[in-house]
Design a protein. Structure first.
Length: 426
């Protein structure tokens, strides 16, 4: 019977690496990616880490002279670019295994069961080389008999440059040495509180945790922790999750770039977030019958505070944007109060079900049975081909002065005709 073998492919410093792909002058330069409204650093390149900058540092606190002296480049988060680059990486990985679990925007597990006849380290090199050729992004490849050990192998590959980004722990002659190297804080599934508890009990690394009695692990870390420990021992307990479960709720919300005080602006922003949420609903072939709108001021400022929310139900489950836009506008009129500086608004869509399970009604047509779905399908197809928001609704406004600050936003190189890089031969 073939044994389980997993590979974890992880993009190195993904957000920063995406920026470097289309800006060659950034290679080997310190690069940081900023959060919404350009507040804090949420991702950074190894070069920036070496300068003592950490994830979570406030951008405005970094001395400008320090930035100039060290050639630091800070960019607004370009989620359109990162999402498209992620899709390209995942599509490339499907060439190496029919079984793939997309774990996050920059990580994926592959099942290599049945690949035992290959030199898996060489196969990992081929994966790394191909992803680089197709996307320009560097990746690390960790290979192991369980998903947890593949994670360990991936981290080991990242932290030891001489391995060149590929490490197979499957048949390594000294697995115990590798597990002793892995501190408990960095084990997949061990959070801050668990790490603190383990260290207080004398367990400081993955090897010591793997040796802990099952009864003790079950008592201290529940059945989930016991599965993790068995995985560290080489017993596969976690299968690939190839089918992404449908969302129970979809939330779309962002902080405003500057305080919003007018009802019209609040309605425009809420309409924009509503459209995004309903688009996600249609992507998963779902319908929903409930929408919640929420608003809040900035609780960290010494000024009058207000927060509220309300919920509305649709007559029938739908994925037709105007149905939700109308409900959202009605709710906003109800919960809005003048005289406040609003920091954030958002929507949550719930009571979600697959469109095949949508109930019928004797008196009115279902979203699937009239022209509403046809209209939405056409609109989604046009926006997919021509670029996001090429077709939208007037309810979302035009000037959008409420949008979050993105003063250092790079172009959408891969998803906009206007932003495609131009190369000239001299």
């Amino acid at each position: 019977m073939p044994r389980d073998i997993f590979a974890l492919i992880d993009c190195n410093s993904f957000y920063a690496a995406c920026e470097k792909v289309f800006n060659p002058h950034l290679i080997d330069k310190p690069v940081g990616i900023l959060s919404n409204n350009d507040g804090i650093i949420v991702a950074l390149s190894p070069e920036l880490k070496k300068l003592g900058i950490s994830r979570g540092d406030a951008a405005f606190k970094i001395d400008k002279n320090f930035i100039l002296k060290n050639g630091i480049h800070l960019f607004s988060s370009n989620y359109t670019l990162y999402g498209d680059m992620s899709n390209r990486v995942m599509k490339t990985l499907t060439n190496f295994s029919p079984d793939i679990e997309i774990y996050s925007i920059d990580e994926a597990f592959l099942s290599l069961q049945g690949f035992e006849h290959l030199n898996l380290t060489d196969y990992g090199r081929q994966i790394k080389k191909t992803v680089w050729q197709h996307t320009g992004l560097p990746v690390s490849v960790g290979i192991g008999p369980t998903k947890t050990l593949a994670k360990v192998a991936n981290r080991f590959a990242k932290k030891h440059p001489f391995i060149e980004g590929i490490f197979d722990i499957t048949d390594h002659p000294d697995k115990d040495k590798i597990l002793r190297w892995m501190e408990v804080e960095h084990i997949w599934g061990v959070g801050r509180q668990y790490a603190k508890m383990l260290r207080s009990n004398g367990i400081e690394n993955a090897f010591q945790l793997a040796q802990a009695p099952d009864s003790w692990v079950l008592k201290k870390m529940t059945i989930v922790g016991l599965r993790m420990v068995k995985e560290l021992r080489g017993i596969s307990c976690l299968d690939l999750e190839e089918d992404i479960p449908a969302k129970k709720e979809i939330v779309s919300s962002k902080s405003f770039g500057s305080p919003v005080t007018e009802l019209n602006d609040m309605q425009e922003a809420t309409a924009e977030y509503c459209l995004r949420a309903v688009e996600k609903l249609r992507e998963e072939h779902q319908v929903a019958s409930q929408i919640t709108v929420f608003i809040t001021t900035n609780r960290f400022k010494n000024e009058p505070q207000y927060a509220n929310y309300a919920t509305a139900r649709l007559p029938l489950p739908s994925a037709y944007s105007p149905d939700f836009l109308h409900a959202a506008a009605t709710i906003m009129k109800r919960i809005y109060r003048s005289g406040y500086n609003y920091k954030k608004s958002g929507v949550m869509i719930s009571d979600i079900m697959h469109q095949s399970k949508a109930p019928l009604d004797f008196f009115q047509p279902c979203y699937l049975d009239d022209k509403r779905k046809i209209i939405m399908d056409c609109m989604d197809e046009i926006n997919e081909k021509m670029g996001s928001r090429q077709l939208t609704y007037a309810a979302c406004g035009i000037k959008k002065t409420w949008q979050m600050k993105r003063q250092a936003l790079t172009p959408s190189y891969t998803t906009s005709w206007e932003h495609i890089p131009v190369v000239k031969a001299i």
